[in-house]
Design a protein. Sequence first.
Length: 488
Amino acid sequence: MRDYSVENPIFSDKISIVEEDDLVSAENDTAASKQLLQNDLVLLARMDKYLGSDDNTEGPEFAEGIQSEDVIGAINEVFQLGSEKKKQLVENLAALGITASTSETWEMLLDKVLNLINTSNDTVTAETLLSGYTAHNAAGAKITGTLADKTSTIDHSASASLDTTNKWLKLKVPATGKYGVGNYLYAAYTTIANLIGLTTAKLVKGNTILGITGNNNNMDTSGADAVAGDILSGKKAGVKGSLIVGTMPNKGAWTGATTGSGNVTIPAGYHNGQGHVSGAGAYNAGVSAADGRVNADSANYRGGYNAGVSATKKGTAGAGDVLAGKTFTNGSSVEASGTMANKGSTTQDATATQDDTYTYLTVPVSGYYNTESKLRTKNSDLVFDGKIPSGMYLAVTGGTSFTLISRGVPEDIIPHLKFVGGYVSGFSGRNELSQRDDYRHYGAKVSYADGKVTSSPSDAYIASMGTKGGTGSGWTRFTSVCAVFQYV
């Protein structure tokens, strides 16, 4: 007999071990048979328990055993209970994805159950099983998990460290437990700042990083190019890492006056815009000079003024010659405004015309154009206008037979085309069936009539080949025709 208690300790309780000899040599083999049947019922009930039968949630004790005093009666009892239990066991195994049938013996079904719940190779421990859950260890003992479930708390404070070798910032898991994809480890700004050595002195004043606001007034002056003369006297500036003291004189609201020659020398330095140059000196000198002249009256002064203005009005430009928004002076105006449209760096749509050599684009509107300006026309506007110089030759290609219209030749010029000749490509002139190379010099002919080009074997080819040829003939191998015309 099978020793179930040895194969799986789960079944050792309340099962009497019956050896095979008990069935053949015992004085009371009926008792032995009854014990075996009762063992089967106990095993079946326990299998129901471990497979989750709704009818045996607590598991039976079978304290009373089988009541019949003979084997036949015991078998009848077992048959009534066993057939129903076997069916239920088969259904439970099938629900677990295990193939089973009521036609199988109890021993066959028991093997499947033993294989199903054999925990001898299990490695689960209480520390690796989630808290609140139960399982059986390798010894078959029930254990309750102690692994903490951390998923309910989203954020977990973690200690931080720097891995200078891999250049990583590491956050250490704070405690053993189960964490999910919705959990986060965090470290405070101050912790990270301390790790990387970030201080206020290392940040430019006013900049804030990781909660630390900089107070460093230093700046990069490597690109500065000022010299002392560019800086106001008494002021200082940093240039290329050095402190420069300015030497530029501060003239403030400096004032000056014209001399008899009308020239004023402006002193070097800083001027605040409040100063001025007086023209009184030059004016007085002019008046004094005028007073010493003959006929010095107002009319002479007015004439001299007008002569000066007239001398200023020079130039031949007109308003259309100067860009809009700009002013100019010509022979009749001073500070006149230009009206020329500014088309610089623009793209303008233009009409196109063609001759035998060029395509011309017409400037659409007058104005100023620079090298960034562009004229354009649609490709569809560049069409054949139907004008072909007399005497020009035109080659048209197609299949073995085609019309000129199908090849894009305008219908109105077809009457002016004189057929000159044609040739075919890919034609060998050799009859492949007869393998006669001496017919290679015979060719094909291209014909034209009523706007249609056709091709066929030449008369010489037909005369030489006769009715020979067919699909093996070289004539069937040519691919296209080119017809040549002269425009008249």
